[in-house]
Design a protein around this ligand. Structure first.
Ligand code: SPV
Ligand code: MG
Length: 431
């Protein structure tokens, strides 16, 4: 009897999957690959049930002879081992980043004479509704909030990009690239105080109030599912911070990062060029402890950001603070630097990891931007935040377009710099 392999990456079975099994059955005995959690994440299909539950679900389907685990999005681990006579897949992977997976399968099958059978992808109202529901489920606060902790446990490093609007949220949510035969995308979003302020034409001095920040978060949440880390500035008054923790938790924000500064906060990238006051260890620890006490779920994270290197107070001060803030209950430490070289960040991370091997570490490589995710991960960093790049990309493009229209007294010359609206709207979700 011939053998057939097909890979599933779903928590819910719909007509499309049943049709694949029906078609596969015509060729022989059917083995389903259940994509592992780690691989699902890279595929933007965050699991809402466990791998064991998915295996049971697939095993229960009529026509399925066995289920195996597929550990990566590419088929390199399963095909050479199973050597199926056929791989069956829907025909909806010929274009876009998924075509890399198709090419991978074709190459592997060629090595021993296996065949690819593509069946027409099932588009109907039921399939659409189930796909939609699955997505909506991930956007619910309880799923979204928990997802950051899960990602920290599952990924070598959680890749986080700045979002300051629905549109930038969609870019963070949907950008997928194929690189060296692998698909990649961002894991989480950072709602930066700098970009949220700049987008409103205001300075980054805690002038944009929490209600406005919540509106930005809500705009992003409306159209995305990925977890959100909020830049909470100094956290404000402890008496206010505790209320904000509850609000953020209820909305489904995964983490707030608060920095150990006090008084009129200025952006860290100004460093010592402007007057900035660091909070005392005692005060800031009390703020963290109060926030943790107010929190209602186990999922939400309060991450302490240490400004000692920015304010040139030295490595020892940074490490003393990190230890104290973890003791006060901080769920993570963000260490910041405005040096061009990542050396002081590496030194901090290495020394911190000597005294604490588990508390998540967060860095924002804006100044030390030569550093790679692999290097950061090797020094024990868990979350990397690209804190302002989308805003900085948009600003020069918008300015140049405005100048070009002013100079030429018409829009034609600017047009070559612009994306047609029909391409932009492909990003926008339709119900
Ligand atoms: C932000 O993005 O607002 C930050 C990071 O706080 S930084 O601008 O580097 O201080
Ligand atoms: Mg900020």
């Amino acid at each position: 009897m011939k053998t057939v392999y097909t890979c599933f990456c779903t928590d819910v079975i719909h007509d499309g999957h049943l049709n694949i099994i029906k078609e596969a059955k015509k060729f022989g005995s059917v083995t389903i690959g259940a994509l592992s959690d780690k691989a699902l994440i890279r595929y933007n299909k965050f699991p809402t049930i466990s791998l064991e539950e998915r295996i049971k679900l697939y095993e229960s389907l009529e026509g399925v002879d066995r289920v195996v685990v597929q550990n990566s999005m590419m088929y390199d681990d399963v095909i050479p081992e199973l050597k199926p006579d056929y791989v069956v897949h829907g025909d909806n992977w010929a274009n876009g980043p998924e075509s890399a997976i198709r090419a991978n399968v074709i190459k592997l099958l060629e090595q021993y004479g296996g065949e690819l059978a593509e069946v027409p992808y099932t588009y109907n109202e039921n399939v659409k509704k189930i796909d939609q529901r699955l997505k909506e489920k991930l956007s619910m606060p309880e799923y979204r909030r928990r997802r950051l902790r899960d990602l920290i446990n599952m990924c070598p490093i959680v890749k986080t990009i700045e979002a300051h609007s629905g549109l930038t949220g969609l870019i963070a949510e949907k950008t997928v690239v194929e690189n060296n035969g692998k698909l990649d995308q961002f894991d989480a979003m950072w709602v930066s105080s700098l970009c949220d302020s700049t987008d409103r034409g205001k300075p980054d001095i805690e002038l944009v109030d929490m209600s406005s920040r919540l509106r930005t978060i809500n705009d992003i949440m409306e159209v995305t599912t990925k977890p959100i880390i909020l830049d909470g500035d100094t956290g404000g008054l402890t008496e206010h911070f505790v209320y904000n923790v509850r609000t953020l938790e209820r909305m489904g924000v995964s983490a707030v990062i608060i920095e150990d500064k006090t008084g009129l906060k200025k952006n860290s990238l100004f460093g010592t060029e402007v007057e900035q006051t660091q909070d005392s260890i005692e005060n800031f620890s009390a703020k963290i402890a109060a926030g943790k006490k107010a929190q209602l779920t186990d999922d939400f994270m309060i991450i302490a950001r240490i400004e000692s290197l920015i304010l040139e107070r030295g490595m020892e001060d940074a490490l003393t603070r990190a230890k104290a803030f973890v003791e006060a209950g901080a769920d993570g430490i963000m260490i910041h630097s405005r040096k061009k070289s990542p050396a002081e960040i590496f030194e901090f991370c290495d020394k911190f990891r000597e005294i604490d091997s588990t508390t998540p570490l967060v860095v924002v490589p804006t100044s030390f931007n030569t550093v790679t995710e692999e290097e950061l991960s090797a020094h024990g960093v868990n979350i990397v935040i690209y804190a302002n790049q989308l805003m900085r990309a948009a600003f020069p493009a918008m300015t140049k377009t405005a100048e070009t229209i002013l100079k030429t007294h018409r829009a034609l010359e600017a047009d070559e710099m612009l994306m047609p609206f029909k391409d932009i709207i492909t990003l926008i979700n339709e119900l």
